[in-house]
Design a protein around this ligand. Structure first.
Ligand SMILES: [Zn+2]
Length: 482
């Protein structure tokens, strides 16, 4: 079979995490009784005048800066005219295609499996408003819920010809983008609630062909997995069509998550004419250089550079770095602990191990936990100085999780300290060997696997306080005796 090269363009819509809607004061929230968060402005009643939400404009500018875009110092809103019941005004306020979107000509870097990065160019980042939602009523018929209508919506579109060439890159692009939006605090990134929506367009062409293939657009993808599976499915489907002598048709397809296949929604016969024109109710936006530079200076360190710093400077594995940066607060906790003198790898192990487990089991959020970065640093010092062993450290951390006391104070109060005296440990060893003659005989007969059982018994004898390395060593000496 001939070799086909896929090309994937990505159109992502992100609902902005503002308190109120784009042009009115209605609150923004997910769900709720239909049509309870509406007013004459977002319903488009005659005689109302929209007032742009400055916070939304700032969020788009921040995103555009984080995506290395050029900022349009002059920008305007357009009306995109079409009729659909979920659109109360009969038009959507948006920013027309190539005419000064807030940000343009940017890029986002995605990591490659070999540790290098690939640049995915971004064509534009613009601001618009969301539509309402049509819903099927239980007793038949349809209704429309305008709660979402007028929610600030940001659209991020990749450059053509597309830089994304396979399903993994599509997923990685979306994953990086989502993390950036969360780090910037501009979108909660909840794909399952629709606050982050992704519509890839996919085409294939023969290797070496100059002309790009006809593309299909995929909708209803509400997880990273769906994006990856959906793109892979479309690539296979189009290659099969071409190999069968057919022609790929420009169409919009939906993704069926259960069947893991796409289905035809509609064939695009011609570009819709939306009769875009500048919105006469909305004044042009103008920005000052100083204002943009201030926003730029406020950008946080972005996820990918943070991950690379954790790997290259702090010596963590790509996996560990990935786990730590997945959540901004989690990575801040980690960095605070490092700032207090914690060993990166050791702090990472405590965080991703016992601490994460406790938070999970108790359903506690990092910021509400009584364990602060100083607790983990204190605990790690107790272990590395030999004052307590790993088992004791786990118990002390569990206590600290309940009380908020410092591990060193807990250790002092409990009078626990690691037993490191050879004499004392040897006594435990000999006692356990005397009580387990049969096991010892098994060991001497060649069943070395029973050694672990003996170690466990000795640790138990010591109340978990014996230094495990010494136990191993002294047990070995005793077992080697004839
Ligand atoms: Zn409203």
């Amino acid at each position: 079979m001939a070799n086909y090269i896929p090309s994937v363009g990505m159109e992502v819509h992100a609902e902005l995490a503002t308190h109120s809607k784009m042009f009115c004061r209605c609150p923004v929230a997910f769900g709720g009784e239909p049509n309870t968060r509406v007013c004459p402005i977002c319903l488009g009643l005659p005689g109302t005048l929209p007032v742009p939400n400055h916070a939304a404009v700032e969020m788009v500018l921040k995103t555009a800066l984080a995506l290395n875009c050029t900022i349009a110092m002059h920008s305007i809103f357009h009306r995109k005219n079409y009729f659909y019941p979920d659109l109360p005004k009969g038009y959507q306020v948006s920013q027309y295609g190539e005419t000064n979107p807030l940000g343009y000509d940017g890029y986002l870097e995605i990591p490659r499996p070999d540790g290098s990065t690939k640049r995915i160019r971004i064509r534009r980042v613009h601001l618009e408003e969301d539509t309402g939602k049509l819903m099927h009523l239980p007793n038949g018929g349809s209704g429309v819920d305008y709660n979402r209508a007028g929610t600030p919506l940001m659209e991020i579109v990749t450059e053509f010809p597309p830089d994304i060439e396979n399903p993994d890159e599509a997923k990685e692009y979306l994953s990086q983008l989502r993390q950036i939006l969360i780090y910037l605090g501009v979108c909660d990134g909840k794909m399952e609630e629709g606050s982050l929506r992704c519509e890839p367009n996919i085409s294939v062409r023969l290797e070496g062909a100059a002309k790009y293939g006809t593309k299909s657009e995929l909708k209803n993808l509400n997880s990273f997995k769906s994006v990856q599976l959906g793109v892979a499915f479309e690539v296979r489907r189009q290659v099969a069509v071409l190999e069968g002598g057919g022609e790929v048709v420009q169409e919009t397809r939906g993704w069926n998550e259960q069947k893991e296949s796409s289905y035809l929604m509609r064939v695009k016969e011609a570009e819709n004419d939306y009769r875009y024109f500048p919105d006469p109710d909305l004044a042009p936006m103008k920005f000052e250089e100083a204002e943009i530079e201030k926003l730029r200076s406020e950008l946080p360190e972005l996820p990918l550079s943070k991950s690379l710093r954790y790997q290259n400077v702090l010596g963590l594995s790509a996996y560990d770095a990935g786990v730590l940066i997945a959540d901004l607060e989690w990575s801040q906790f980690f960095e605070e602990a490092i700032g207090l003198g914690g060993e990166p790898k050791i702090i990472c192990n405590w965080m991703t191990g016992d601490f994460a487990k406790m938070l999970n089991e108790h359903g506690v959020h990092t910021r509400d936990s009584k364990i602060k970065p100083a607790h983990l640093v204190d605990l790690a010092k107790l272990v590395s100085s030999g004052a307590i062993n790993g088992k004791m450290a786990k118990d002390i951390l569990a206590k600290a999780f309940e009380t908020g006391d410092l591990p060193s104070d807990i250790a002092k109060a409990l009078g626990v300290s690691q037993i490191t005296g050879e004499h004392e440990i040897r006594a435990f060893v000999i006692k356990v060997l005397e009580e387990n003659v049969e096991i010892v005989n098994k060991f001497k007969a060649g069943n070395v696997g029973v050694k672990g059982f003996l170690v466990g018994q000795i640790m138990k004898q010591s109340g978990g306080r014996a230094n495990p390395a010494l136990v191993q060593q002294l047990l070995g000496v005793e077992l080697d005796k004839p």
